[in-house]
Design a binder for this molecule. Sequence first.
Ligand code: PLP
Length: 503
Amino acid sequence: MLSISEKLSQIHHRIECAVSQYQKNQQVRLLCVSKTKPVEAIEEAYLQGERHFGESYAVEASEKIEELRKKGYNDICWHFIGPIQKNKTKLIAEHFDIVESVDREIVVERLSEQRPSNMKPLEVLIEVNISGEEQKSGCLPEKAEQIASKVASKPNLRIKGLMGVAKDTADETEIKQSFKKLEALFEKLKRTYPEINTLSMGMTHDLEEAIECGSTEVRIGTAIFGAREYKQGRTDTSVAFIGGGNMSSCIFESVIKSMSPRNITVSGPHLEKLEHFKVSGASITTDNVQAVQKSKIVFLGVKPQMLTAVLQELADAKIDFEEKLVISMAAGYPLKSIEKFLNSSRVVRIMPNTPAKIGEGVTAVTFDKGCADPDKELVRLFLKGMGTVCEGNERQLNVIGAVAGCGPAFVYRFMEALIAESVRHGLDEKDSRSMVEQLFKGTADMVINNQQQSIASLREAVTSKGGTTFAGLTKMSEGGFEDMMQKVIQASLDRTAEFESMF
Ligand SMILES: *Cc1c(COP(=O)(O)O)cnc(C)c1O
């Protein structure tokens, strides 16, 4: 294994190559992202000449910063790059030199008030959500200027630039598109605030694309310090799954990517059906109450028709739910009904769809009012392994359920029909299936890879007037395709409403 100093030389080499390849003459600063890593690792990088370090967790970072100051490392420039919880702004204001993840005005207010007067002004970068993923941190691009002007109005703060994280994808074009968006915003902002000089973008896997698009600072963790193992503590909390069916199994697989299965108990009426959880390292039991009592996080993974009985059992056992986060996957079972039984509003409803099993799902999430930021973070972390997470209110959850939850079945039906027609016209069954598989995959990629184009315009690009596609599409219209889809989604929503009125 390479040492930290060898990895640092490699990363400096990657940066130099990118700078010369793209003929950028600006200096690109290396920010060493040391979150979750011990102070010894920071010392090692320091001894190689590194002075800029980035941290994401306020409490962990403050402890490390104080320890290193005591050891005499007084010329490190500390950058805070993680999501900012309101109750952590004081720690950040008191320990850091630069905050890169400011994304809302309340945080600006608090940082400004809490910056100690004997420290030099805190430098601020606005984090902009450039990946278009709703659940990611960062402000909307159109909000950046407003936040920047707020920062500029504070004597304790200095506006220095922008930070952004591209989507974690292998698609270079998409990555560059989002970086270019940020660069354009950066250039615009520079005209108003000439003191702005930092465009922080690029991480281990996309630093070349970032430099090509004008980055002045890359934030590198993994390539310097190795993969991060999340400290126990952050996720070292005990988890119970009530019910061990398909969806529980799927979420379990995702959860054990961020915590040890030894902290998990799965409960269900038939032990033999829970055997595979035991093989993975979890405890199993038939006693729901006991499983819930010893856990801080409770997944309710039973069918909606069964949930009332389970909730009643937990209510009868007089368990105190104040200290517990409850996550229900029962479709159509309203938050307020769960609240009533548990006397708690620290409740989350989630609805994954079946592609979640292969990490390509859409999971709808809605948080009840009792959920604090750390609860939300944890839920996002737990669900990340299953694909995209869509957050919304409870009504939106039902819509996501009808479209994305039922959707795989609608799409399968469409695929089946196309295969059946190919076979009817003389293709072999197996060939028809491969053809249709690639058709759906390729079409989805065309949509995903061409965000600037509407789907209608992609469709028009394959439809010449009077041609074969045109003839087919005309039949779809005559057959009332849109009207039918409207009825399909409405029927799913109506059924959801019926379920909701039952519980
Ligand atoms: C963790 C983190 C990084 C470092 O990512 P690597 O892929 O390990 O280089 C960079 N930026 C932000 C905002 C991070 O949270």
